[in-house]
Ligand binder design. Structure first.
Ligand code: KIV
Length: 290
């Protein structure tokens, strides 16, 4: 075997690396994501907004971590994603990149940083990639965002689309509602998905859409669909980490499954700490310097 063909065989083997549970410790790239669609491998994605949480997910083997604008509610105390700024996304995306070694990090373009047109989108996405080191950028919208996606992809920026319940449009939707119900809305969603793919995106999030529509889109597209409230037939599934790990207070959407009870764990630990300080149990002898 020549050195070149050996290198090619190795490269092909590397490309076949499983997204979850694979041996490779190099960063996941959009080529790996494309290979997973080809081989039918399903994969998980979680959000993260800080270095430490991201490092836990990275070491657990989560192949794609999204620094989503859900940071607005989950991290910054806003009541929606609408007030999130590019500066906030930049700071937290850089932290997540620093906290991870293997995961592909996707940074979100917040409301008002791409809707004005392709040039604005490219300016925002360029800052996100250059100043933080994220490997890809996400934005909301189908046909309405196709020109933006096209220009960013042409500039060499991998793009993840986002369709269905796009939370930056919450004021236009009149609340957080399932999208794509009924024939007309479903057909528009399919057109949007094709527009995102044709513009060059490497993946598309489908949020809160009927399972049947998500299944149709997943079968029709060559790029993977990432479902959140879109049923079991998407190529990948994403959850907001504070929802999935039980840190978010109050009622959660029905598509969330809680994998942990962090809020109760932290509450109990904080109370124990407080009681031990008040009673003098903490600090004990082993916690003191002499
Ligand atoms: O911002 C975000 O976290 C998202 C996910 C819900 C997909 O867009």
């Amino acid at each position: 075997m020549t050195r070149i063909s050996h290198a090619r065989t190795q490269e092909a083997a590397e490309r076949r690396t499983s997204l979850y549970g694979g041996e490779s410790s190099r960063r996941i790239t959009v080529r790996d994501i494309a290979a997973a669609k080809e081989s039918g491998e399903r994969w998980p994605m979680l959000t993260a907004y800080d270095a430490m949480t991201a490092s836990v997910f990275d070491q657990a083997g989560i192949p794609v971590v999204l620094v989503g604008d859900t940071m607005g509610a989950c991290h910054l105390g806003y009541d929606s994603t609408v007030p999130v700024t590019l500066e906030e996304i930049l700071v937290l995306s850089a932290a997540v990149v620093r906290g991870t070694e293997r995961a592909l990090i996707v940074g979100d373009l917040p409301f008002g940083t791409y809707q004005a047109g392709p040039e604005q989108a490219l300016r925002s996405a360029t800052r996100l990639v250059k100043e933080t080191g994220v490997g890809a950028v996400k934005l909301e919208g189908g046909e309405r965002s196709a020109r933006q996606i096209d220009m960013m992809v042409a500039a060499g920026i991998p793009i993840m689309g986002h369709l269905g319940l796009t939370p930056q449009s919450v004021n236009a939707f009149g609340g957080y509602r399932v999208q794509g119900r009924g024939e007309t809305a479903a057909r528009q969603l399919v057109r949007d998905a094709r527009a995102v793919q044709d513009a060059g995106a490497f993946a598309v999030v489908l949020e809160a859409v009927p399972e049947e529509v998500a299944t149709e889109i997943t079968a029709a597209l060559d790029i993977p669909t990432v479902g959140i409230g879109a049923g079991p037939n998407c190529d990948a599934q994403v959850l907001v980490w504070t929802d999935a790990m039980g840190l978010t207070p109050g009622r959660l959407p029905r598509f969330v499954k809680k994998y942990s009870g962090l809020r109760d764990t932290l509450d109990e630990a904080a109370r124990t700490f407080a009681e031990e300080v008040v009673s003098g149990v903490f600090p004990a002898a082993e916690h003191a310097y002499h």
